[in-house]
Design a protein around this ligand. Sequence first.
Ligand code: NAG
Ligand code: NAG
Ligand code: NAG
Ligand code: NAG
Length: 953
Amino acid sequence: MTAIRWILLLSAFVWHSEASFRRPFEIKLQNNEYSDVLVAINKDVPEDYRIVDRLKEIFTEASQDLYVATNNRAFFKEVKILIPNTWSKKPEYLPAGTETFDRANVRVDVPNPLYGDNPYVQQKGGCGEAGDYMHLTPRYVVDKDYGVMYWGPNGKTFVHEWGHLRWGLFDEYGYDDPSGESYPHFYRASVGGVEPTRCSAKVAGYSQHMVTGAPCQLIPQTGVYEPECRFFPDFSGNRATASYMFMHFLSQVKGFCHSDPEGDPLSYHNREAPNKHNSVCGGQSAWDVMNKHQDFARGANPPREVGSTEPDFILLQQSESYRVVLVLDVSGSMQGEPIRRLVQVSRRFIRTTVVTGTSVGIVTFSADASIEHPLVRVTSQADRRGLINALPSNTGGGTCIGCGLLKGVEALESVGPPQGGIILLVSDGQENRDPRISDVIPELLRKRVIVATIAYSRDADPTLQTLALQTGGLSFFSAIRDSTALDNAFTATFEATAGGKGVKLLSEDRTMSGRETYSNQVYVDNTVGENTTFSVSWLDGRQPRVTLETPLGFVITEGDPMYDVTSDTITIEIPGTATPGKWAFNITNNGPDDQNITIIVTSNPVNDNEPIKVSAQVSAVSLDYSSSQPTALRIFASVRRGYLPVIGAVVKVLIEKPPSGQAEEITLLDNGAGADVAMNDGVYSRYFFRFSTNGRYGVSVKVDNSQGDAGYIVINRGLGAPPLDPGTGYIGGGDVQQEPLEQFQRMTTGGVFEVQGVPSGGVSTRDMLPPSRVEDLAIVEVSYADATVTLSWTALGDDFDQGGPAHYVEIRYSRHFDQLADDFHGSASVDHSQVLQGSLTSLPEPGSAMTIVILVPDRGHNVTFVFALRMCDEADNCGDPSNIVTANLEYIPEPVYTNDTLTWALVGSVLGVAVLAAVLALLYRKVWRSKFKPAKSTKVAAANDNPSYVPTV
Ligand SMILES: *[C@@H]1O[C@H](CO)[C@@H](O)[C@H](O)[C@H]1NC(C)=O
Ligand SMILES: *[C@@H]1O[C@H](CO)[C@@H](O)[C@H](O)[C@H]1NC(C)=O
Ligand SMILES: *[C@@H]1O[C@H](CO)[C@@H](O)[C@H](O)[C@H]1NC(C)=O
Ligand SMILES: *[C@@H]1O[C@H](CO)[C@@H](O)[C@H](O)[C@H]1NC(C)=O
């Protein structure tokens, strides 16, 4: 029998899940001072010293604004700016240590095509969870007038983004995102009337058609204004003091919304506004969320008067070439298969993973340590051969990990200052000689060396993980009998710390029975292809036979010059660029007995093309199941080409569970429901909770587009402003398309997490998990004639966002917002007789859109209903109540348009769905200026005299 283990990386365990996947630089807040804030400039940004000067200005301004916005509780004290090694050297730059671009909290990088020059934060977590990074473009940074004109004062814009990045706040304005996410610009307030979506409700302004400038008209189908209607704030005389997450650019706005009834009424939270912040955070104010964050929880960092909020800046530069020392354990316990496997993987690493120009050295250790090969800059095949020949083969003696680490530092020091050098330590972790790891950590920290650790045994010492964590390296766990796991740990380290660009197309461990032929295929897409390498390795048995067929039908097999055989590996290197398409291969076990083989296919981007890449992450490193709340983990995989999200791909996760490594497969979704906070952003997410027992769980991710359904979203517009004249085709300029992608596949590891407190027998034996909370409830339509309201949301599963469909949905409503918000259970519930279309009980599969038409008991002037719902399973486990929506049931006549306004209304509606709110507001401003006579000249004049207010995203 053939045992297939498609999961490659099954036991590639990262103890520190965040570790692997771009664990951001750890910002500290102590004594009201933020330190260790890392800003990094991408190496593709052309050298421009103004960027550094302007970053200093922006941070200095933001620091003061932040201090005020947090009521004197936080400001920037120390900011590190990382200059790329593509820029020229200056004496004032210190050499970078553990600071890398990937870990930066703030990136200065070429624009993300989806956002142009809009500052934004990559946010994949839920309410209160930190974002991944803030992205500023070089133009935004350098061109102050441009930045201030379109987004408002630099410092305040930065504080808005900081709210996303640090405290996990969300936007408090309505928007129509091209990705499909949409929050209404207006809603029906429970006090009557149409209100703009805003915080605080004291922000003054007026509403009008954004293109024509005509007064907003109510639309009977929705009960609110037409989609092109926008709220325009008064720039002068606006008294509202919040919120930064709404219109930070208003001069009086100096803080975040709060829910303290005794506090400033001008910044009081508006929990009725149907914005993303209220939806995701369940109606909590920004301060409610911030007060739960470690920065401020339990009164941490109380207000303090400070003399100056000016930050100190530390300029760092990445070293010109990456330096990696392999520090390999050759102690007695590594004898036999472990050392053979380690050498096999190291050989592949040196041969194909290490990028030309990287310096590599080899150190081994047992009871003491020695440099087997000094650091050498790899520029030729001969250099690689020299390193491969220096790999160890003999084992014996005790284990002195501290000796190995010190020898690694010595190897780095022999070619220059050690900081920023990378030590890749592989050990089975049973140290039994001095110095110990803990003895040498201070020295490693002082020398600012990055240590990545691979614990090559199930019971390795957790100090290895601490070591990596403290020095900014990654930390992996790899079972002894697993080559792909080990290989993956090597390549992930190289990619994260040493600028590796290669992608893994296939990585598979497989047991083949005697004489068996195994057939499979791999797709090479046109974002990769250079130096594509197929490698097949074995440890025991006879040399297998490999045949590989190119998409053009050529067959490569033994005897071909590309077919290279060593004692335990067959490597086929395709010179130049591999033809895109399907590469089929057969592997035959030539012996009579079972044979374990490892198949790894890697490729590199062509020229400097961005390849499609996948990276994966889990939401927590350790989880305690014994708490009373049902607990689940979220698994994320980002599939992108550069910054462009790839949507529609099939993303599967295999979770290897203890004790025996039994695997469970789940499919991740990018639908904005359940675990997924934002739809169509290329981040696919899902909950996982079927824990079998206490222990370590490994996650690996496979992305497949063999069906060819995936594509990426492209927005065809230039940087900043789109073409501005409505007469000259700006509609095309705001076009959103999904570009289809050819077949491709990718694999990666998603780390490891540890679970404690799992009930015996595992958690799936009893149905105790509720469906997830619905966060996207929306009013689709309101009908006065029928007295009906149509609601929609994304269906969730029996258990969080999965399992079968939920059993039933409980919809409750009230005439008063506060009643429903404060007492969901005491509010009226919708019964079957009120459901005209759809059903409360036969629910669709999780992830599908649900629509339901409800007959309401009243209609007429000033009749408003608010709705919320929760989904429940058979065991009556119910999710938390959803976001709240409001519908008004008064009679509204069809709006009347003059010919002229109609034309513009049509243009506007195309735009309305097509472009970001940002662009719309921009457009309004320019069009207004150039083409139209203001309808309300006084107010518009005020708007024109002031910065335009494109909401930041
Ligand atoms: C509309 O109803 C709300 C709440 O039921 C009430 O507070 C408000 O005064 C009413 N407004 C008008 C104009 O009747
Ligand atoms: C591909 O291989 C050639 C020859 O070894 C090397 O010069 C080149 O840098 C490699 N390209 C990449 C992207 O690794
Ligand atoms: C693999 O084996 C099958 C069955 O013998 C054969 O049809 C196919 O052409 C082989 N493919 C390659 C790439 O050798
Ligand atoms: C192949 O790998 C499996 C799983 O690691 C192991 O149990 C088995 O003994 C190995 N077989 C051989 C022939 O090495």
